[in-house]
Ligand binder design. Structure first.
Ligand code: TYM
Length: 353
């Protein structure tokens, strides 16, 4: 689909009217980077909620490959992982007949809007992003300009579709705040255009901690693989990693994220895997020690992850069908993104021919 400059912005009055609330369903958009296999942290903080919200909302989920290259990537691996992540979204329950599922680089409007937002974002405000500070110290040999403007591209992802709600983990809160500020600034300087999005950050599971250093976030890129449970881990790997998880001094199963982050983290994981509330877990394990509890968490996670992994393997094996799903998703996303970008171009003062 090309940017057809001949059509007037007003010739296709949008049934989806930004800033007003006349849409039948509100919109959600979210994404993940294809930089590694997905983790139980990403599932708990984001993917689980995408699945739960997708029927209630007009939903778009993307694989953010443009974001991924802010850190050096091997092209063949990036290509493979982008498809892996899309397949994992579906294995976890994203239904492409309900939600729009696409790869970010297939919709060039993301990069186009990001440029315009870059010209509205302050150097100072972007410099305050803690993720940039963390990542630039982790990748000191490659502190590129893309890494710096990463959150502006994320704002473009969200604002292009006038998302009302953005389901993410706790670590994305600051990026959402920047997105809101950029949307308000554009609306103020030009005229009301963008919906101001709200973050959707779950009360439980918004920050799953490392199994080895429970005061640190579980990360897909942790050098110590024992810290992280991946959604493609085998049963034996899951059991092993949980067994070796660092727990705190003490012996009873009581939730205290401050004083006993290791056990609290395992309780959160058990809650996600079984649906038992934290209070129920405390009572289920009253009188039991860490050893018994870890065994139960290992088993609940195995039971939870195994069907996801099996669905993933089946979906990933049929690459043609996966690609055709992504092609359709990209077409749908482009149609919508194109409408927003035309408006933005016009308001910005670019000539329409
Ligand atoms: P990414 O790829 O780092 O992570 C994807 C999602 O998973 C959440 N998450 C976690 N939640 C709980 N505990 C953890 N240990 C954990 N680790 C990761 C993240 O908060 C995120 O929601 N910048 C985003 C990707 C992005 C995006 C967007 C998100 C690009 N454009 C537009 C929403 C909307 C990122 O790096 O996520």
């Amino acid at each position: 689909m090309r940017l057809s400059l001949g059509r007037s912005v007003f010739s296709h009055a949008m049934e989806i009217s930004p800033v007003s609330n006349t849409r039948a369903k509100k919109t959600i958009l979210s994404g993940m980077q294809p930089t590694n296999d997905l983790t139980i942290g990403q599932y708990c903080g984001a993917l689980k909620n995408w699945v739960e919200l997708q029927n209630e909302y007009d939903s778009l989920f993307c694989v953010v490959d443009l974001h991924a290259i802010t850190v050096r990537q091997e092209p063949a691996k990036l290509r493979k992982r982008s498809l892996d992540v899309a397949a994992m979204y579906m294995a976890a329950g994203i239904d492409p007949n309900v939600s729009t599922l696409f790869i970010q680089s297939h919709v060039p409007e993301h990069a186009q809007l990001a440029w315009i937002l870059n010209c509205l974002a302050g150097f100072g405000e972007v410099s305050r992003m803690t993720q940039f500070k963390d990542k630039s110290s982790q990748h000191a040999d490659n502190v590129n300009v893309g890494l710096f403007t990463y959150p502006v591209l994320m704002a473009a992802d969200i604002l292009l579709y006038n998302a009302d709600l953005v389901p993410v983990g706790e670590d994305q809160r600051q990026h959402l705040e920047l997105t809101r500020n950029l949307a308000e600034r554009f609306n103020f300087h030009y005229s009301p255009t963008f919906t101001i999005p709200e973050p959707f950050i779950p009360k439980v599971g918004s920050k799953i901690m490392s199994l080895q250093e429970p005061e640190k976030k579980m990360s897909k890129s942790d050098a110590n693989e024992k810290s992280t449970i991946f959604l493609i881990d085998t049963d034996a790997e899951i059991r092993n990693k949980i067994k070796r998880a660092v727990t705190d001094s003490g012996s009873d199963i009581v939730y205290d994220a401050e004083k006993r982050p290791g056990v609290a983290n395992l309780m959160t994981i058990h809650h996600i895997a079984t649906g038992r509330s934290i209070a129920e877990i405390e009572s289920d394990f009253s009188g039991f020690g860490y050893g018994d509890f870890k065994e139960a968490v290992g088993e609940s996670l195995v039971a939870f992850i195994r069907p996801v992994r099996e669905r993933y393997e089946a979906l990933r094996a049929d690459e043609e069908s996966l690609k055709s799903t992504l092609r359709l998703g990209a077409e749908h996303a482009r149609e919508r993104a194109h409408k927003t970008l035309r408006k933005v171009y016009k308001k910005t003062g670019f000539v329409e021919l």
